[in-house]
Ligand binder design. Structure first.
Ligand SMILES: *Cc1c(COP(=O)(O)O)cnc(C)c1O
Length: 419
């Protein structure tokens, strides 16, 4: 599929009069339409709820848009909980899926009456010293072994630090039942950025089966299964987007085969998608500021890996469009680089693109999730602004760019440095 930016050169030329590059830009219309498609795909399940993984894009304006679409939040740290509270999420609208959890994080989760998803059996007693169990509690499952779909290994849960063994889940649930917990949830995250429509249905089958066993063995009420994140997006133009309707239907089939015969038709499906919710609806807008001709051809841009680390860290592909040259032939080959003192600071390597001139605006696609949020300050680089392209085509600054004062806020530069 051809990858088209959701913004034009003329629009960007207007934006940069107010907000200098680089900045992350988000498409409200795309976000809302996608959120509605997801809910439609699971509309057959009465209790369905998506809990947006806040770590993917922790911006309160975007969280507010998702809230308006009936979506909750999945948090894993104190600050994510704090931010969610500020946006107005509360109680059942918050899933707390953390690991290696500090006391104060559990305390805040309990104060907000969030649904707590225990990563480990030892966390139960750790938590009980801080707050009482609520009526509904959840545990994260790790089935061990390899996780494969159609004989292809997707990931290796046996090597993952997350979740509990089946024996531990049984022990945890019976302990919590004794302590008065009434409703139980199961969670697992077994593969990331999956592009197959078989992932959620396969995972659902595993969790539904376990839910049936737990109900039969312990006589408990299984309230929900949380399929967590992992549904991918097409970063490359030759990839097809996941058909979310087909995924929803696949999960429904497993539900009807496994749960309905057991009288468990009231079980709710939850998801904790991050990437699928926002990645395609954000982009990094950057300007070509240098060209360099040595053993290779380089274009230097005003963004760097500190604004988007996925290419540098994972070798991840992000598509690039040169604005205004959408239809020009890709007859030049460039490395597109940022200015960090790290040779991995390249947004693209040997990428065929139209001829780029200094001052051209480049769109780096699919940065709406795990983009800005993974940013860092290496080499004293400052975090960029985030801008929302609203449904009426106007723009709103939803996070200003960092200044040097922000960077130095943890230092006192005025009072000297002798001891
Ligand atoms: C990262 C994460 C997610 C979201 O993952 P995506 O790949 O962005 O969908 C959901 N749940 C948990 C517990 C996570 O750690």
């Amino acid at each position: 599929m051809e990858k088209k930016p959701f913004v034009t050169l003329a629009q960007v030329e207007e934006m940069v009069k107010e907000y200098p590059t680089p900045f992350h830009l988000y498409d409200e219309k795309g976000i809302r339409e996608n959120a509605r498609r997801l809910q439609e795909a699971f509309a057959w399940n009465k209790g369905f709820r998506e809990y947006f993984a806040v770590k993917a894009t922790p911006n309160p304006f975007l969280m507010q848009i998702l809230k308006e679409e009936g979506i909750g939040v999945d948090c894993s740290s104190y600050t994510e909980l704090y931010l969610s509270d500020k946006v107005g999420f509360h109680g059942d609208e918050i899933m707390f899926s953390s690991n290696v959890t500090p006391e104060e994080d559990f305390r805040l989760a309990a104060d907000l009456d969030a649904i707590i998803n225990f990563d480990d059996i030892t966390h139960l007693k750790f938590y009980e010293k801080l707050a009482p169990f609520r009526e509904t509690m959840c545990c994260r499952y790790n089935p061990g072994g390899d996780f494969s779909i159609h004989n292809q290994i997707m990931d290796t849960p046996q090597d993952a630090k997350y979740g509990m063994t089946k024996a531990q889940i049984i022990e945890a649930f019976s302990y919590m039942k004794e302590k008065g917990v009434k409703h139980f949830g199961l969670h697992a995250f077994l593969a990331s950025n999956t592009t197959t429509e078989a992932y959620y249905p396969k995972l659902a089958g595993i969790l539904f089966q376990l839910a049936v066993e737990l109900k039969q063995e312990l006589g408990i009420h299984m309230a929900f299964v949380n399929l967590s994140g992992g549904v991918g997006v097409p970063y490359r133009p030759e990839e097809e987007p996941c058909d979310i309707m087909a995924i929803g239907e696949g999960v429904r089939k497993a539900y009807e085969e496994i749960l309905i015969p057991e009288g468990m038709g009231d079980l709710a499906i939850y998801t904790e998608l991050g990437r699928f919710m926002l990645a395609p609806y954000g982009c990094l807008v950057t300007k070509a500021i240098h060209e360099k001709h040595i053993y290779k051809e380089y274009i230097g841009v005003d963004a760097c890996a500190a604004n988007l680390m996925r290419p540098a860290v994972y070798g991840a592909y992000h598509h690039i469009t040169v604005l205004g040259k959408e239809d020009a032939a890709a007859d030049h080959v460039y490395d597109i680089t940022g200015g960090l003192c790290e040779n991995c600071d390249k947004f693209a390597i040997d990428r065929p693109l139209p001829e780029i001139a200094i001052g051209d605006y480049l769109i780096i696609h699919d940065t709406g999730a795990h983009g800005f949020s993974m940013g860092y300050n290496y080499n004293g680089k400052l975090r960029s602004a985030e801008i929302l392209l609203k449904e009426d085509s106007s723009t709103r600054l939803i996070r200003r760019a960092e200044t040097k004062e922000d960077y130095f806020a943890t230092l006192d530069l005025e009072h000297g440095f002798t001891r």
